[in-house]
Design a protein around this ligand. Structure first.
Ligand SMILES: Nc1ncnc2c1ncn2[C@@H]1O[C@H](COP(=O)(O)OP(=O)(O)OP(=O)(O)O)[C@@H](O)[C@H]1O
Ligand SMILES: [Mg+2]
Length: 291
């Protein structure tokens, strides 16, 4: 008998104990036992370069993401964030450099074989299917990836049970975002890639989804790379932030390092100034205790 014991299942078991009430009428026709899969989630990018139309879009990008770490790619519009995310995913080939995953060079490996998965900025959900059908869509040809219990646990974790039968057009922005996240998580990606996943959400929903992303990365040791152009989001969500300026690494460090040692004028201008303006606005609204 196959051992039902991979990284996610062990960690999921812990989580299950604190979860109740799965949707009772769900059927997962593709459920089979899950094979053993031990992953050391270290991702290394080494000297990545990419040109479009003879122009450098990414130039000598190197950084590492540890197992279960959340890294933000932060930079202004057009700085190369999505291109870098697509290179990690395998959708775009770099012109130079290597991608090392789990100690193997995956630079030439096709996207499907890498087992990384992405949540696109526009969610890319199927409008003719309901929320639940969207969540399990990718499992049609992936027998044995996930157990029925695990799918239900992801649905509960993202508080989607009341919305499963709704068509995509009947969901709010935050609910669509959670469906897109659930759809990606049930595939049990080796790496979770998120392209501006929070940009369309309002403050309260944004904070709640931020916390969910953090708890998923921690609980399941899921290495996560998230693109954003919002400094506050990057610095409050991530373990480390890679700041990109016109395709080059401007700064790579923890939120504390970036705030206390910005290192260059671009970081001061782009990050620190924006945060100080926010702080100033809040101080004006609420008074001294927020100074
Ligand atoms: N397929 C492509 N062909 C030609 N140029 C491209 C292509 N994809 C991206 N670019 C260019 O590469 C640069 C970086 O684009 P990219 O989408 O990575 O930026 P971004 O940082 O994600 O921006 P945004 O915050 O606006 O999403 C831009 O100048 C863009 O026009
Ligand atoms: Mg982009």
């Amino acid at each position: 008998m196959k051992h039902i014991c991979n990284m996610y299942e062990r960690d999921m078991h812990k989580l299950t104990q604190s979860l109740h009430g799965c949707a009772s009428d769900l059927t997962i026709p593709f459920y089979t036992e899950v094979e053993i899969k031990e992953v050391n989630g270290l991702l290394k990018l080494q000297h990545i370069g990419k040109q479009f139309d003879g122009k450098d879009v990414l130039d000598d990008i190197s950084f590492e993401v540890g197992t279960g770490e959340i890294i933000s790619l932060l930079g202004p519009s057009g700085s190369g964030k999505t291109t870098l995310l697509n290179i990690i995913l395998g959708l775009t080939a770099p012109d130079s450099g290597q991608i090392i995953w789990n100690e193997a060079d995956v630079t030439q490996m096709p996207m499907g074989k890498r087992g990384f998965n992405i949540v696109f900025q526009d969610y890319a959900l199927f409008p003719h299917l309901n929320a639940y059908e969207n969540i399990i869509y990718g499992l049609r040809n992936k027998k044995g990836v996930v157990s029925e219990k695990e799918v239900r646990e992801f649905i509960d974790l993202l508080e989607l049970s009341p919305h499963l039968k709704k068509k995509i057009g009947e969901l709010s922005g935050g609910q669509k975002q959670r469906v897109a996240l659930a759809r990606t998580l049930v595939m049990k990606p080796n790496i979770l890639l998120l392209d501006e996943p929070l940009s369309a959400l309002d403050g309260v929903i944004k904070e709640s989804i931020k916390q969910r992303i953090q708890s998923i990365a921690r609980e399941f040791k899921l290495t996560t790379v998230i693109v954003t152009h919002d400094p506050e989001e990057a610095l409050t969500l991530s373990d480390k932030v890679l700041i990109i300026d016109q395709g080059k690494v401007s700064r790579f460090g923890t939120p504390g390092e970036i705030i206390h040692q910005p290192g260059n004028d671009f970081v001061k201008r782009f990050i620190i100034n924006q945060l100080e303006i926010k702080r100033h606005n809040i101080f004006n609204l609420f008074g001294d205790q927020y100074a």
